[in-house]
Design a protein around this ligand. Sequence first.
Ligand code: FE2
Length: 221
Amino acid sequence: MADAADIILLGGDLCDTGLPEEAEILAKELTPLRIPVVAVLGNHDFEAGKAVEIIDILSNAGVNLLDGKSCEIYGIGFAGAKGFAGGFGERALQPWGESTIKAFVHEAVGEALKLESALAGLRTPKRVALLHYAPILDTVVGEPPEIFPFLGSSRLEDPLNRYPVTAVFHGHAHRGAPKGATKSGIPVYNVAKPDLQSTFPDRPPFRILDMESVDSEEPRI
Ligand SMILES: [Fe+2]
């Protein structure tokens, strides 16, 4: 990736079981690259209850870890948040009934607000959003339908339609579709590694977005 691109984006699940030792391995790989890295955390990074340590380790390695924040690199704005689950469209989980259900929905709303405040902070004409969970249904299609609601939330799409970006990247949906679009036509790319491996078996599992081409109808990727 470092040879092929100017900036690396990592869409979460930076660790396997959320252990600081795993984050150290990634930090060791990234430190010598001398290329800007932008990342969000994923659900795996929370598994061991050590997300704060993981953030410390990767931030010290120079990674721009975005959790409701934005950053600007080479004139391009990046807004990022992990996101959360809850389902899509009219079938999305609503905050009704048990307090646990309300807390679940509250978490998704909170992540959408984080994304919104990150997007609102961007002042660059070229902007990219990075998530772990999917903001639209399109890119989870291909997974078993029973787990769609655990793969993302439409609540994450609303800020993307209000604060348009050039492209959105997310992970988490291992067997989803590689590409979709928000209601306002913003391209959304599922870059979960297993998904890239099955979509592009003959090339390394990452995508390259050519930001020079973003003024064209559809950016080259
Ligand atoms: Fe995940």
